[in-house]
Design a protein around this ligand. Sequence first.
Ligand code: 13P
Length: 246
Amino acid sequence: MRRNLVVGNWKMHGSRASNGLLLSGLKEAGPWSADVAVCVPFPYITETALALTGTNVSFGAQDCSAHEQGAFTGEVSSAMLADIGCRYVIVGHSERRAYHAESDQLVADKAKAALAHGVTPIVCVGETLAEREAGQTEAVVKRQLSAVIHTLTHCIGEIVVAYEPVWAIGTGLTASPAQAQSVHAVLRTLLAAATQKASSMRLLYGGSVKPDNAAELFAQADIDGGLIGGAALKAADFSAICRAAG
Ligand code: 13P
């Protein structure tokens, strides 16, 4: 059986002081029976790791380079993330695809680099509102995930996938559980054609997940947890979502 996973994506939020409060709030609220992780801004990873010592909350980053090492000013390699103990790295978040022009292939290359160093990539896919309205949802998510399947080949079973409809991110508009489930089913079918591990892979939903809608989303057959933005910045909300996943 799949164990649910809840990941907090802090995005570009936080400070040493506010992170300390948030992490101590999580420590008090846990443990949960679902797997839980936080993906934090690069400068705070090490301090987050220290704060989480003795808990079963994992930590990770929000992006990594597709390159191994070298003259790539400003980039952070997956080897570095592995070196400081990261378990996860988010790749292909829609904000990076939109604001940094990340292509499907670049996202796939980042996922490959992460896996090469034992860091689990959380690969984000999702359609924009215009794409949904044009009836292209399935085609878009299949195109995004296919690039990763082709690049990772037999390792595809090692990744986590996050379906995040762009129109639901930070907007308060959540995909209905049925809408989310139908896309998750499409993704799992695509994965099943590529790996025997598809039925044990975790497919997360992200986009305005809150304490009051989490349980219904996580109850769907192919939704195995969530990738949480805004609500991950409040210890009470994030821990309620973690409880809903457990
Ligand atoms: P919100 O939960 O704020 O909608 O963000 C979702 C997200 O982008 C997580 O990666």
